[in-house]
Structure formats: C-alpha cells, structure tokens
Design a binder for this molecule. Structure first.
Ligand SMILES: O=P(O)(O)OC[C@H]1O[C@H](O)[C@H](O)[C@@H](O)[C@@H]1O
Length: 303
C-alpha cells in the first residue's frame, strides 16, 4: 500500500532537519517530469533522497565535498532508474537469472518507497527509515520487504534489511550501487582488490586475477566475491568504502564509447564517476529462508 501525502508530510513536519521537496527544485537543469525528494540539513551534513528507489542522491559532510555523482542527463521522472547517487538493486543484481524480460537490477530501484520514520539524536546524527513491500507477482514470485536505514552524520551509513514473508526460501542478490564523484576517471584507482579473483562482465563473465589497483583505460565492469576488507577510491580525493555483511564488490565505469551510447550518461560524462558497489551477488548471493531477515551495512568515509 502506498503512503499518503498527508502521512509523509506529517512525518517530515515533525523534524526540523527534514524538508519535502522535489527534483525540479534540487536539479532544475535535469530532464524529466519531476519526482518527490527529501532534503536533509543538519550541522553534520546535507543530503537528498529520492523516494523513487529510496535513493540517496547527494551527501556532503559539513565543511567537505559532495561524495556522490549524479549524471547531468539523469532522468527525474516517476518510475525511472535514476542515474547517480546510490540505487538499490534487489532482489536480483544485473539481468534476472532466468528471464531476460524482467528489469535489470530488480524491482525496487524504480518503485516508490515509504518513509516510515525520521529522527535525530543528541549528537545531531539523523536516521531515516524507508520501506518497500512486495506482494508476489509475475516480476518476483515471493512476498518480501526491504528496509533501508540511512544514518547520516559526518559519514553516511546505509543499512539494508531484506525479509522473506513467503512460505518458501528464495535467492536474493543485491547491491548498493554507489556512484562516486571522481575528478577524472583516467587518474582514478580503486585499491584493496589486489590478488583477488574477479568475474569480468566485459569478457562475458570470465574470471581473472586482479593485479594492483583497478585503473580505468576503457570500460571496466568487474565483480569480486568474498571481500571482507574496506576498498579505497583514490581520485582527486580519497574515499573508503566499508561493508559489513556485503561480501561482493562491483567496480564499474562505462569508458568513453559506451557512455556516448547510454542516453542518461552521454558523451564524456563517464569521466566524472566511478561505481564501487557493495552487496551480495554471484557466489555470495543470499538465500533467505521462510520468515528470515538478513541485513548488511555500507559506510562511506571521505578521508
Ligand atoms: O544501466 P543500469 O541498468 O543502471 O546498470 C548499470 C551497471 O550496473 C552494474 O555496475 C553492472 O555491473 C553493469 O553491468 C551495469 O551496466
């Protein structure tokens, strides 16, 4: 059941740090018919969140720089996949495992999530809890819910909980698909994966071994499994990407040729972002038994 505007406005109006706004106000030059957004302003950070997909679109720590990238061609329309910020891909990552007609990256990133609570503690850290409920249908045959807790202080923590509300177990692969702003992809490196095996999606999923940092001379689309240590992005700035219960790491940049072919990226715009995603996919895919809830947290730390 979707949330009424009255209920949303009531929750927002109770919190001085929170405003209900829209994409046309926050992103006036972007295409699209406009969507509802939440805006957070505290003494520790500023952030914006799209209810479409429960997507953290921007996060700036007080006195710091914007951490996330939003494509200048991101299409802000209801039900769109928003190109930037942190889309949530679930309950499957990438193409559906057995039916290519189903949407890439699952059903949650294009759905409208509900704000279920908003609060702020004495230290100024605020928490927004967003929920998505799914009743079994032709797109996904199991009842489940997803809950995202955005804990926004000097750094953002994202805790995702998936609950199986059906009578059978099911496989769920997922990622928090972060688009980081990086000054120039050509000089960006991703550290922490040296010596690890990866599935190279550019080479049809074949496995190779990472040697040194990941660098970006063209299209890069790699999945690393069973990664327990933090990953660091070294670009014009340094950002640590920590995961708790997020064993998979996906590293993605289109490179120049593919960027030009993707309408909501566009020529040369690949240079401004790197995706370093944390989650559980391929061999790390979760199996949720009937009634089970599992959760995972990703934390982004500008250094
Ligand atoms: O274009 P999208 O459906 O948003 O997917 C964008 C990208 O997401 C991930 O990083 C995948 O590994 C890529 O293969 C995919 O191209």
């Amino acid at each position: 059941m979707s949330q009424s505007l009255d209920e949303l406005q009531r929750l927002v109006s109770e919190q001085p740090f929170l405003t209900l706004t829209d994409s046309q106000t926050l992103y006036p030059n972007h295409p699209g018919t406009g969507i509802d957004m939440l805006s957070v302003k505290t003494e520790l950070c500023e952030a914006s969140i799209a209810l479409n997909g429960a997507q953290l679109m921007s996060f700036t720590p007080a006195g710091g720089e914007e951490l996330l990238w939003v494509s200048p061609n991101c299409q802000f329309s209801p039900g769109a996949s928003l190109r930037g910020g942190i889309p949530l891909c679930l309950p499957w990552f990438g193409p559906h495992p057995s039916d290519s007609n189903r949407p890439n990256h699952g059903i949650a990133r294009t759905a409208t999530w509900q704000l279920s609570s908003a609060s702020q503690n004495d230290a100024g850290v605020c928490t927004l809890v967003l929920r998505f409920e799914h009743q079994a249908d032709e797109h996904f045959e199991h009842n489940f819910s997803a809950q995202l807790s955005l804990i926004l202080g000097h750094v953002p923590h994202l805790t995702l909980a998936l609950s199986n509300h059906s009578a059978d177990s099911f496989a769920a692969s997922w990622v928090m698909h972060s688009y980081f702003a990086t000054g120039d992809i050509a000089t960006t490196r991703v550290e922490g994966l040296d010596g690890r095996a990866y599935s190279d999606k550019v080479a049809g999923g074949k496995y190779f071994t990472q040697s040194g940092p990941v660098t970006f001379a063209g299209e890069v689309d790699r999945v690393y499994e069973d990664i327990q240590l933090p990953i660091t992005i070294e670009g014009t700035r340094r950002t640590r990407v920590e995961g708790d219960n997020c064993p998979s790491v996906v590293v993605w940049n289109t490179g120049s040729a593919l960027a030009a072919d993707i309408e909501d990226i566009g020529p040369n715009n690949h240079a401004g972002y790197v995706c370093v995603e944390r989650g559980a996919c391929l061999g790390d895919t979760w199996r949720l038994t009937a009634g089970e809830t599992r959760q995972a947290t990703m934390t982004l730390i500008p250094e």
